[in-house]
Write a protein that binds this ligand. Structure first.
Ligand SMILES: *Cc1c(COP(=O)(O)O)cnc(C)c1O
Length: 361
């Protein structure tokens, strides 16, 4: 059985650019899933899960790892483990944790979000982070920060990659202020590729890291949290509390192992396709494209008669699926299910839909 992306409504081959979460498990993953050695993971007895956790920890240079059902739960369990109730977590105002995770840390953990502005390149000004720390920590009016979160790549800033020296500066600030750093590295291997370093060189600047197996790495389900062994014990307890303790989940971890072993290097292809897509888009009338550093292309379409919504629905009627993602920009994400031919076809569709602008100007 090889799962296939369904054809579009028009019966055309679907070009799915909404997200790399649409990737399907590979044949090697499906074989590994049926052959996996299993046990009850809540008893810590699933050998395939354990193998994945140790591989993830080793890959990112941390002491231990914990398999999670989703990136959202991975971030939430990490925050709840780091942060006592009534303290603050400093987050990017454009971060997934702040914008897209249903306020989980506040709802479940009584943790207050302190959002800090992200510049267009994803970075946060050190002075703005400093401002989140009260001048007088003894003053009982103030909730005190207990964690600083970073996101790399920064999705809503265009999949931008944080410079390594920025990571080092933020980590130094956190150390000076006595708080740990959690990195939402949902696509950390894309960031590592773009920065030209192993993922452990990025993870080095954080005490804990979450990354997704289920995005560009093509596993059907799952995320990892890595950190030191004591921290991971805490995460495992919170995961159970949140209802994320799983049983013979080696069936999913087996796909995660293939993701880490076989799917990391090919992310380079996605970066090449994203650049090709951006270069083609930049030639079209009325299109403004943002800088591309990973597998994401953010752009805007200005047209005398078409709204962006109409543009998106015309594209999807032709089997090319895209979506708006933040501040009125359109996001296109390349992944293992998007071939060079798909990029060409998407560009041909965009060209046809936008053609009347050229005729009128
Ligand atoms: C996708 C994503 C998450 C959440 O992962 P889910 O598995 O969808 O819950 C968290 N952070 C970032 C930056 C993401 O892109």
């Amino acid at each position: 059985m090889v799962p296939e992306t369904p054809a579009s409504d028009a019966g055309l081959r679907r070009v799915e650019l909404r997200s790399d979460t649409f990737t399907m498990p590979t044949p090697a993953m499906l074989r590994a899933m049926t052959a996996a050695r299993l046990g009850d993971d809540t008893y810590g007895e699933d050998p395939t899960v354990r193998e994945l956790e140790l591989l993830a920890a080793r890959t990112l240079g941390k002491g231990d790892g914990c398999f999670m059902p989703s990136g959202t739960m991975a971030n939430l369990a990490s925050i709840l483990t780091h942060c006592p109730r009534g303290t603050k977590v400093v987050v990017g105002a454009e971060s997934d944790i702040y914008v897209y995770e249903a306020g989980g840390a506040s709802v479940c953990g009584g943790v207050v979000f302190e959002p800090v502005r992200n510049a267009p390149d994803g970075t946060m000004a050190l002075a703005d982070i400093e401002a989140a720390f009260p001048e007088d920590p003894e003053d009982p009016q103030f909730a005190l920060p207990s964690l600083l979160c970073l996101e790399n790549p920064q999705n809503r800033c265009g999949g931008r990659v944080l410079p390594l020296d920025h990571l080092a500066q933020v980590a130094e600030l956190a150390r000076r202020r006595g708080v740990p750093v959690h990195l939402d590295g949902a696509r950390i291997f894309n960031a590592a590729l773009s920065s030209g370093v192993p993922a452990s060189e990025i993870a080095r600047h954080a005490d804990s890291v979450q990354f997704c197996l289920s995005k560009g790495l093509s596993a059907p389900v799952g995320s990892m949290v890595v950190g030191d062994a004591g921290f991971i014990d805490g995460v495992r307890r919170v995961r159970k509390m949140l209802g994320g303790g799983m049983r013979q989940v080696g069936v999913l971890a087996a796909a995660g192992l293939v993701a880490l072993e076989e799917m990391v290097d090919r992310l380079a292809d996605d970066h090449v396709s994203a650049r090709a897509l951006a270069a083609g888009l930049a030639l079209l009338p009325g299109v403004t494209v943002e800088p591309v550093e990973t597998n994401m292309v953010f752009f805007r379409v200005a047209h005398p008669t078409l709204t962006q919504d109409k543009f998106l629905s015309l594209c999807s009627a032709e089997g090319v699926h895209l979506a708006e993602l933040g501040h009125g920009r359109i996001r296109a994400v390349t992944h293992a299910g998007v071939s060079d031919g798909d990029v060409e076809r998407a560009l041909a569709v965009f060209r046809r839909i936008l053609a009347p602008v050229a005729a009128q100007t």
